[in-house]
Design a protein around this ligand. Structure first.
Ligand code: DLZ
Length: 215
């Protein structure tokens, strides 16, 4: 029998006008890499242009809310200083690092090619519009201390807070895992698993399109 869980009705959205940011943690790299690939693949299917996807990494999940906040506000600054004219514009080096910066750390991740990573980093000169949605990806695995509970709680609340304060959809790509095996299943690596990164890519497109309609 088919499961009842999942994203529900499959509606397609045109993501070709969207600019999407992705911030991912580097802890538990195998899981993160697969989730990121799932995410990027759904963004591509929805028509989001490679040059309009910016991927940045942070050390661990705890850093996600701060990085999402900075990434979004940097895109607003970039948009304002470009005279809202689309590609180009004067941006500070800090903003440039954040928005067009390389994703060299991702070269350690096994699945995408460096060319794809360069394209995904926005180096190709995409839009300077503020992000329509940001996807935060992390995988927390429970250990023997209370660390997992504190970080899961803090990051969940932090991501919710930041999206409501900034008014930009932040897709919750944080896996809170009791075991590594659960992570492999949810990253679509273990047999019979499903890659949740794909759902996050779809959710980002849906919310990004909705937000453009509301503003
Ligand atoms: C320290 C730590 C531990 C023990 N476990 C994880 C984890 O499973 N997943 C994850 O994303 N990050 C982990 N971290 C790192 C913290 O998120 C954070 O990067 C550090 O505490 C520095 O702020």
């Amino acid at each position: 029998m088919a499961g009842i869980k999942g994203i529900g009705e499959a509606r397609t959205y045109d993501g070709s006008s969207l600019r999407i940011g992705i911030i991912h943690a580097r802890w538990n790299t195998t899981i993160i890499s697969a989730l990121l690939d799932g995410c990027l693949s759904e963004l591509a299917k929805a028509g989001v242009k490679k040059e309009n996807i910016v991927v940045q990494s942070v050390p661990g999940s705890y850093e996600l809310p701060f990085a999402v906040q900075k990434m979004y506000t940097a895109s607003q600054t970039q948009h304002a200083s470009s005279g809202n004219t689309g590609v180009g514009g004067i941006i500070t080096s800090a903003t440039a690092d954040l928005l067009g910066g390389s994703v060299t750390d991702l070269t350690k991740l096994p699945t995408s090619t460096s060319k794809e990573k360069d394209d995904a980093s926005g180096k190709g000169g995409g839009s300077t519009q503020p992000f329509d949605a940001i996807i935060a990806i992390g995988a927390l695995i429970k250990g023997s201390t209370m660390h997992f509970e504190y970080i899961s709680d803090a990051v969940s609340h932090g991501l919710m807070k930041v999206q409501l304060e900034l008014g930009v959809p932040v897709i919750f790509g944080l896996l809170t895992l009791l075991t590594e095996e659960q992570g492999l299943e949810r990253a679509g690596i273990a047999q019979g698993g499903h890659n949740h990164g794909e759902d996050w890519g779809k959710a980002a497109v849906e919310l990004g399109v909705m937000r453009q309609g509301w503003t």
